[in-house]
Design a binder for this molecule. Structure first.
Ligand SMILES: *[C@@H]1O[C@H](CO)[C@@H](O)[C@H](O)[C@H]1NC(C)=O
Ligand SMILES: *[C@@H]1O[C@H](CO)[C@@H](O)[C@H](O)[C@H]1NC(C)=O
Length: 377
């Protein structure tokens, strides 16, 4: 009976006049060997970062900006620092301020209100509409927008190093992860779940972070068997020229973490200005990671990069993109420049310029987005 009615429904639909859907069917993004498969297409992908997009309180603003990404051919959007998935506060701000989680005494409260996760809902919905894929991140190592430090007094620790291993902190963190995943578990706009923004554990044995990454990625996998999972780290700790970023002092053993079974792809960042190396360092840095990805047969995402001297954006970052693209059959699967800039339609204001911002429609955009996307093909 049930089968019959389904069949007749199918027949009725087939008999309707042709309303042909030419948009590719959205599907779960996945790793396909050393590359990413997005909506059925396996290739190298370009994207960007925006920490501010979930803080826009006007849905149309979000939608117009997502439309700019889509029409420019950028596919992946990662929201760093407060808003991808995290914006933890120690005291509850005024009702106009967007936050996702607050802490008081020894309890954590998740904000599912209109100035809470409902803002993330609007971003996810707009991404679905425009075919943009989101990397959703769960906590920040740094104190911008709260981060691990916002948990400290509630879970009884005083450092990031303790936060990774304290069961009370981890259970609050996992409760938050579960709240976010249960909201978007079935969305094809989710590209990947990300454990943290730039997790570090300075001076710790690398096993501290490796164990935490294993435990957290297994936990996420137990909630969601489909979407990809990644760490969100800067890419430290691997064989190279011995300069600071290659060292293991920040507690990262990059290859060991990437080898974990429930980690789907590797991430690394590049900020020579903050790391005491020169801009040319970037080329070797990209290939060193690509080699490990190749060895472990998982894609590499060049997840953040920037130079703060605006006159160098195109010249320097354009060359890094070229190196990354050039390794597209050898481990590199995509890159996301830091960070997106645009004019907010409802206010006419430009979004925050942190010195790294690439504004939609600017000459830097032409160089780092239009030409890059064209070269990717
Ligand atoms: C992020 O991690 C590094 C290394 O552990 C640490 O020095 C820094 O203080 C951390 N940031 C915060 C906000 O705790
Ligand atoms: C991945 O996570 C799942 C869910 O927690 C777990 O059952 C599985 O053992 C993990 N995979 C491996 C190979 O460890």
């Amino acid at each position: 009976m049930r089968l019959l009615s389904l069949l007749s429904l199918g027949a009725a639909v087939a008999a309707l006049p042709a309303a042909v859907d030419i948009t590719p069917r959205a599907s779960i993004s996945k790793a396909d060997g050393l590359k990413f498969n997005i909506d059925g297409v396996t290739k190298y992908y370009a994207g960007t970062n925006s920490y501010w997009i979930p803080f826009l309180t006007n849905d149309n603003d979000v939608d117009v900006i997502m439309g700019h990404l889509a029409s420019s051919g950028l596919k992946i959007l990662r929201r760093r620092i407060f808003f991808w998935g995290f914006n933890d506060v120690k005291s509850v701000p005024g009702s106009g301020t967007v936050y996702f989680q607050s802490f008081s005494g020894s309890t954590a409260r998740i904000n599912t209100g209109t100035n809470g996760l409902q803002r993330l809902d609007a971003v996810v919905k707009s991404a679905e509409k425009h075919g943009i894929k989101l990397i959703i991140n769960f906590v920040n190592n740094w104190t911008d927008y709260g981060g691990m430090a916002a948990y400290f007094s509630a879970c009884g620790v005083s450092s990031n190093a303790q936060w990774y291993t304290a069961s009370r902190c981890q259970s609050m963190y996992q409760t938050y992860i579960k709240a976010v995943i249960s909201r978007y578990r079935n969305s094809n706009a989710v590209f990947a779940w990300e454990l943290a923004n730039e997790p570090r554990c300075n001076g710790c044995q690398t096993s501290v972070l490796t164990n935490w990454i294993r435990k957290t990625s297994d936990y996420i996998r137990s909630l969601d068997s489909d979407h990809m999972i990644t760490t969100g780290d800067e890419g430290f700790g691997l064989a190279g020229d011995g300069s600071y970023p290659y060292q293991f002092g920040e507690g990262i053993d990059w290859a060991a973490n990437l080898a974990l079974p429930n980690i789907s792809f590797g991430t690394f960042h590049l900020y020579p200005g903050s790391w005491g190396v020169n801009n040319d360092f970037g080329h070797g840095w990209i290939s060193a990671h690509a080699k490990i990805c190749q060895r472990l047969n998982k894609p590499c995402l060049f997840e953040e990069y920037g130079v703060s001297d605006a006159s160098q954006h195109c010249a320097v970052e354009g060359q890094w993109q070229k190196t990354s693209r050039g390794l597209r059959d050898a481990g590199m699967a995509g890159d996301l420049f830091w960070q997106l800039g645009d004019r907010v339609p409802s206010t006419g204001q430009l979004t925050h310029n942190d010195g790294h911002t690439i504004y939609y429609g600017s000459s830097d955009w032409k160089c780092l987005v239009d030409e890059h996307v064209k070269a990717i093909g």
